[in-house]
Design a protein around this ligand. Structure first.
Ligand code: DAH
Length: 340
């Protein structure tokens, strides 16, 4: 028995010295220490040893088992160390390599223009209000003085989502929502997405507007022009002027179309202003008394001004963009030009 153990000891040492990696080490464990392994086999052989010798032989086997396990752990640690060294070597960082460049993002041109607009009007004391994109006919049309079956509803090609429910065609319903919750003096901006069934180089089914509403005592068209003067100078440059032309919107009376003197040619006439010296930029007017009434405000006491600005239109003019689709294609070659 002792000879057998000695032979096994030698065999173990020689096979352990050949172990090169973890999988071979695990094979070694199977061969020696598993239930059917060589050490269990020795234990089973103990039955054949005489009673007197059994304790001594048992001890020898046990000592062998303990020392074999210790050797196993030693080899295991050496292998682990080797593996770690190899891994560290493979992961060495070459500090001379050029750094990976992380591209800086930038704001979308619509966001840039929207923020600039908000800045100008916030400087005049306007607050921001945001209404829902899904509206009812009452807020989008009726209470804005566009009666049912009135042809003015056809001015805006509406997307209906259910009976009487639609995607807002403009930010003007924000006027009604503000009047429902606030008392004059009111001075709000309503930015947001609007939707119309319309699509060409300058129209998109979804676009952005910025509504303005001011209600107080003795508000006049002069207030409107003064505020819009300030706005266009901030956006297009100090030398531009505004011009009001009569127009029609159901929710304002009088209604005006606001032109800005051409910032490209200074008013002499060029391709951008179609030789007129003026560029149409937005619509506005004095809030119709019926709209004030619909918002629970007494038109004999208060008057208001309102305007609606197409954000894409301003951005297209400001940056010389001729196709509205570019804003929504998310082509980085286009968008990255607005990095500041
Ligand atoms: N809601 C109008 C549109 O989408 C724009 C507009 C015109 C808004 C005149 C106004 C306004 O507040 O007074 O075409």
């Amino acid at each position: 028995m002792e000879d057998k153990i000695k032979a096994l000891h030698e065999l173990m040492e020689s096979s352990l010295s050949k172990v090169k990696d973890k999988s071979e080490l695990s094979d070694f464990w199977q061969t020696y220490f598993s239930k059917k392994g060589k050490i269990s086999e020795l234990m089973k052989g103990l039955g054949k040893v005489s009673k007197e010798e059994r304790p001594a032989v048992g001890k020898i086997i046990n000592d062998f088992k303990v020392s074999a396990k210790a050797r196993y752990r030693e080899v295991e640690q050496i292998l682990e160390k080797k593996e770690l060294e190899l891994r560290n070597k493979a992961e060495t960082i070459d500090i001379t390599l050029p750094a990976k460049k992380r591209e800086k993002g930038c704001l979308h041109p619509i966001t840039l223009v929207k923020n600039q607009m908000i800045d100008v009007f916030a400087g005049m004391g306007f607050e921001i209000f945001e209404g829902p994109e899904i509206e009812d006919e009452s807020h989008n049309f009726t209470r804005l003085n566009v009666p049912e079956n009135h042809p003015a509803r056809d001015m805006q090609d509406t997307f209906y989502v259910a009976d009487g429910i639609l995607l807002r065609t403009h930010t003007s319903p924000g006027q009604i929502r503000v009047m429902d919750t606030e008392k004059p003096p009111i001075k709000v901006l309503v930015p947001g997405r609007v939707f119309r069934s319309d699509s060409d180089a300058t129209h998109s089914p979804m676009f952005h507007q910025m509504e303005g509403l001011v209600i107080d005592r003795k508000i006049t068209l002069c207030d409107l022009q003064g505020m819009l003067d300030k706005f266009v100078r901030n956006i297009f440059g100090e030398s531009v002027r505004t011009r009001l032309r009569p127009s029609y919107f159901p929710f304002t009376e009088p209604s005006v179309e606001v032109d800005v003197s051409c910032f490209e040619c200074g008013g002499k006439g060029c391709n951008l202003c179609k030789q007129t010296g003026w560029i149409e930029v937005l619509g506005g007017g004095i809030v119709h008394p019926k709209v004030l009434e619909n918002g629970g405000i007494d038109p004999n006491e208060y008057s208001g001004l309102a305007f609606g600005i197409g954000i894409e239109r301003i951005a297209m003019l400001k940056y010389g963009i001729n196709n509205i689709g570019l804003f929504f294609e998310n082509d980085l070659r286009f968008l990255s030009q607005f990095r500041d």
